[in-house]
Design a protein around this ligand. Structure first.
Ligand code: SOE
Length: 378
C-alpha cells in the first residue's frame, strides 16, 4: 500500500529543480511503500512560484516558509533556500514534527549545525542532507570496493573541485543568482560550497578527518552588491587548498577554486591503497578507474569500469547494460533512498548528524587558513 509523503519545497532555484525532478522520477524507477507527492512549493515571488508549481505539478503555492511549516498537508519540508536560512527553517520544521531534507551544506557553520542536529534528534524526525555525489553509481561502487577491503590499507586520498565562473571582476555579488559570493548568505566560498562535497564523500569513503592545514585566497577583493548597488568587500574564499590527516592514518590533499579557467565543475577524487587504487571524475561520471596490483604483472594496469550493469549500484533500476545515466539521477537516487529508509524505519545518510562532521572540517579549514596553523577537526 502506498504511503504518501507530501513534500513542501522551500525555494525553487537550481536545487529546487533537481529535487523536484527527483520526486517526480523516483517512483517510476524505484518501488517503495513511501511515495513523494509534490504538495506545496514556496517562493517570495508569487508569479514565479506559480509558474514553477505549474511546470512541476505542485498542488499549492506559498510565499512565506512559515506557512509551509504550519500546513497539516505537508509531511516533509525540503529546504532549497540559500544557506543562511537553513538553520531557522530546519529548527522550526523539526519543532513542527516534519521530516526534513536539507540542501547542502547543512549550515553556515558548525555551531548552527549543532543546533539543527539537536532539533531533529529531539523531535525524532527523519532527516537527510543532499550531498548528491555519494549517489553516483560509480562513487557508490568505490564505496563497495573499499568496504570489501580490496584497496587494503589506504595511504592517500586526494580530491579537487574546480570551476571558473567567477573570474570576471565585473560579476556582482549577492541576490538570487549570486548569493554564493556573499558570505553573509553563503557562510563561506568554495570551502562550504564545493569542498563540502569533497569532504562529505571523503569522510564517507575513508573515515574521519582529524586535523587540517589550509590556505585560502580571495582574488577579487571588491564587487558591486546586487542589493545595495554599491562596491562591497568580498569576504568569501575564492580558492582553498588543504592538507589533512585521516583517523585511519592516511593523508589527504584537497583543492577547490572558482578560478580554474576551463573547468566548469571538475570534481575528481583518487584513493591509493596498498593493493589497489581508484579514481573518479565527475565529467565522466559513469566510469570508475581501478588499478589492482593483484592482477598478473603482464596485464596489470588501470581499467576503466563502465558502471552500467544491473549488478552495479542503482543500475538494475535503470535501462539495459551499457546505457548510462547522469547528474540528475543522483537526486532521484536520494529520493528513492529516503523513501526506502522510511519503509525500513532507518536513517538516510548523510543525516544532519553525519553532515555536522563535514561542518567541523569546513570550520577547521577556514580557521587554519586564518591562523596559519594546523587545526583539529574533530
Ligand atoms: C556551485 O556552482 C554549485 O552549483 C554548487 O553549489 C553545487 O553544490 C555543485 O554540485 C555544483 O556547483
Amino acid at each position: 500500500m502506498s504511503k504518501p509523503v507530501r513534500i513542501g519545497l522551500i525555494g525553487h532555484g537550481f536545487m529546487g529543480r533537481t529535487h523536484s525532478n527527483g520526486y517526480a522520477q523516483a517512483p517510476h524507477f524505484f518501488k517503495t511503500e513511501h511515495t513523494p507527492v509534490l504538495q506545496v512549493v514556496c517562493g517570495r515571488d508569487k508569479e514565479k512560484t506559480q509558474a514553477f508549481a505549474d511546470q512541476w505539478g505542485y498542488k499549492h503555492i506559498e510565499s512565506d516558509w512559515k506557512e509551509v511549516i504550519k500546513r497539516d498537508d505537508v509531511d516533509a519540508v525540503d529546504i532549497c533556500t540559500p544557506n543562511h536560512l537553513h538553520a531557522e527553517i530546519a529548527i522550526a520544521a523539526a519543532e513542527a514534527g516534519k521530516m526534513i531534507l536539507c540542501e547542502k551544506p547543512l549550515s553556515m557553520n558548525a555551531a548552527e549545525g549543532e543546533k539543527m542536529v539537536a532539533a531533529v534528534e529531539k523531535a525524532k524526525v527523519p532527516n537527510t542532507v543532499w550531498y548528491n555525489y555519494r549517489r553516483v553509481p560509480a562513487v557508490m561502487l568505490a564505496k563497495q570496493l573499499i568496504d570489501e577491503g580490496r584497496l587494503g590499507k589506504i595511504f592517500h586520498y586526494r580530491a579537487q573541485f574546480l570551476q571558473d565562473w567567477t573570474i570576471s571582476a565585473d560579476l556582482p555579488q549577492g541576490g538570487a543568482g549570486l548569493w554564493r559570493l556573499d558570505s553573509a548568505v553563503a557562510g563561506s566560498g568554495v570551502t562550504g560550497d564545493l569542498l563540502a562535497h569533497c569532504i562529505d564523500t571523503a569522510v564517507w569513503l575513508n573515515g574521519s578527518i582529524t586535523s587540517v592545514t589550509a590556505l585560502t585566497e580571495t582574488f577579487i577583493k571588491e564587487r558591486t552588491h546586487t542589493e545595495t548597488g554599491k562596491k562591497q568587500s568580498v569576504t568569501i574564499d575564492d580558492a582553498c587548498s588543504f592538507l589533512c590527516r585521516f583517523e585511519n592514518g592516511s593523508l589527504g590533499n584537497f583543492e577547490s577554486t572558482r578560478y580554474a579557467r576551463g573547468h566548469k565543475a571538475l570534481y575528481t577524487l583518487e584513493i591509493n591503497g596498498e593493493n589497489a587504487s581508484i579514481r573518479w571524475d565527475l565529467h565522466d561520471l559513469h566510469r570508475l578507474q581501478y588499478f589492482d596490483y593483484k592482477n598478473d604483472s603482464i596485464i596489470r594496469g588501470w581499467r576503466s569500469i563502465h558502471v552500467t550493469d544491473g549488478d552495479q549500484p542503482y543500475m538494475g533500476n535503470w535501462w539495459v547494460p551499457g546505457l548510462q545515466i547522469g547528474y540528475e539521477h543522483t537526486f532521484i537516487h536520494q529520493v528513492a533512498d529516503f523513501m526506502k529508509s522510511l519503509d525500513e524505519g532507518k536513517p538516510c545518510s548523510p543525516t544532519f548528524r553525519d553532515s555536522l562532521e563535514t561542518q567541523y572540517v569546513v570550520d577547521a579549514v577556514l580557521k587554519s587558513a586564518k591562523d596559519h596553523q594546523w587545526e583539529a577537526s574533530k
